[in-house]
Design a protein around this ligand. Structure first.
Ligand code: SAH
Ligand code: SF4
Length: 354
């Protein structure tokens, strides 16, 4: 899909296009000032004449997402369900989550509708794959959250601005390389969201050539869905491992360019009797490079029909303690938005099939 979209266009491109449509180019900056605040609704752009708005509507996609529903968790987490506004296609749905904390506000974005990689413990992986998102659809998720926070501010102590982005929603971002790389550029562009690469984290199940290109092009923080350091076990838990195994992943991680005092995060979802035993711990200790990597132990978020059980809290805590005693940085991820199925790996639209 190669259409111009307000959510992904930059100033120079919009000025150029507006001239070619016979519109005053100086309006481009005014329009993008609104857009950068999260406003894609032309009717809300008060200083833009109607004649310009009408002409824009003819030439450019204005709003690539339609908000279908929004849920708020008791812990402040918000989950949004969007329908992609594509012509002549059945409605596709994606989800986005906003996680407010005291010192940061994080948007967890989707990069694909569904995922083809089929990790057996992941809810998204069980969903039918419905395609890659465009850079505009990725950016529009962030804009929609900004807009919602303007309209419906958070109360008191929690952060109500978008300060961090994580590619941890639906889909495998590196399987949608072109659009995801473009969205990274837009997030970091001075004349768009102007976020530093230290505030963006991309989570991947381990597509080695794409990780290498990410390191060259946009070396944002990297999170790897490791889940086990035993190669044969990983073939089952993270099936992309059959193609890019742990030894290739190891080599590629050794050279990923890290920002100063940053680490690669190894995500490790704790599954009872599957990857939480002594042999798993030993393999993990062997695999990790403690100078450059840290481990984030994730509680398994169960969902109806899942075949796995999460490890008990005591097992998770002991696993973390053992890692720390070996000089490895390890943390246990707090699960957010559990009551609205907004936690990691729970994103799967209830509207599927509509
Ligand atoms: N496809 C990418 C990013 C999306 S998933 C990836 O796999 O990294 C974000 C994180 O949630 C990944 O680490 C993923 O393995 C984890 N995850 C998936 N299903 C989960 C579940 N049911 N419970 C907890 N974490 C899960
Ligand atoms: Fe896809 Fe990531 Fe889920 Fe695996 S964990 S199925 S790569 S979204």
């Amino acid at each position: 899909m190669n259409i111009l979209s307000l959510a992904s266009i930059n100033l120079e491109q919009l000025q150029h296009s507006m001239k070619s449509w016979g519109l005053p180019a100086f309006r481009a900056k005014q329009i993008l000032d609104w857009r950068n605040k999260g406003i894609l609704d032309l009717s809300a752009m008060k200083n833009i004449p109607n004649s310009v708005k009408d002409a824009l509507l003819e030439h450019i996609q204005v709003q690539p997402l339609k908000l279908v529903s929004k849920q708020k968790s008791t812990d402040g987490t918000r989950k949004y369900l969007f329908a992609l506004q594509r012509d002549n296609q059945s409605l596709k749905h994606i989800e986005t989550v906003f996680i407010p904390e005291e010192s940061r506000g994080t948007v967890c974005i989707s990069s694909q509708a569904g995922c083809v990689l089929d990790c057996p413990f992941c809810h998204t992986g069980t969903q039918k794959f419905e395609g890659n998102l465009t850079a505009a659809e990725i950016m529009a998720q962030v804009l929609a959250v900004k807009y919602d926070l303007l309209q419906d501010p958070m109360k008191h102590d929690l952060h109500h601005k978008v300060t961090h982005i994580v590619y941890m929603g639906m889909g495998e971002p590196l399987a949608n390389e072109v659009e995801v790389f473009q969205s990274l550029e837009l997030l970091m562009a001075n004349d768009y969201l102007n976020l530093s690469r230290r505030r963006i984290t991309l989570s991947t199940s381990g597509l080695v050539p794409q990780i290498e290109r990410l390191g060259q092009d946009s070396p944002v923080n990297l999170a790897i869905s490791l889940h086990t350091a035993i190669n044969e076990k990983r073939n089952t838990l993270v099936p992309i491992n059959i193609k890019h195994d742990l030894s290739r992943l190891r080599q590629c991680l050794n050279t990923y360019p890290l920002a100063k005092s940053r680490h690669i995060t190894m995500e490790y979802v704790m599954l009872a009797g599957v990857n939480d035993r002594q042999e798993d711990l030993d393999a993990l200790v062997q695999f990790i490079n403690p100078e450059r990597e840290r481990i984030n132990l994730i509680r398994f978020n169960s969902y109806p029909g899942s075949d796995y059980q999460g490890s008990a809290t005591s097992v998770i805590n002991n696993f973390a303690k053992s890692l720390i005693s070996k000089g490895i940085r390890a943390t246990v991820r707090r699960s957010r938005g559990d009551d609205i199925m907004a936690a990691c790996g729970q994103l799967k639209t209830a509207k599927q099939g509509l």
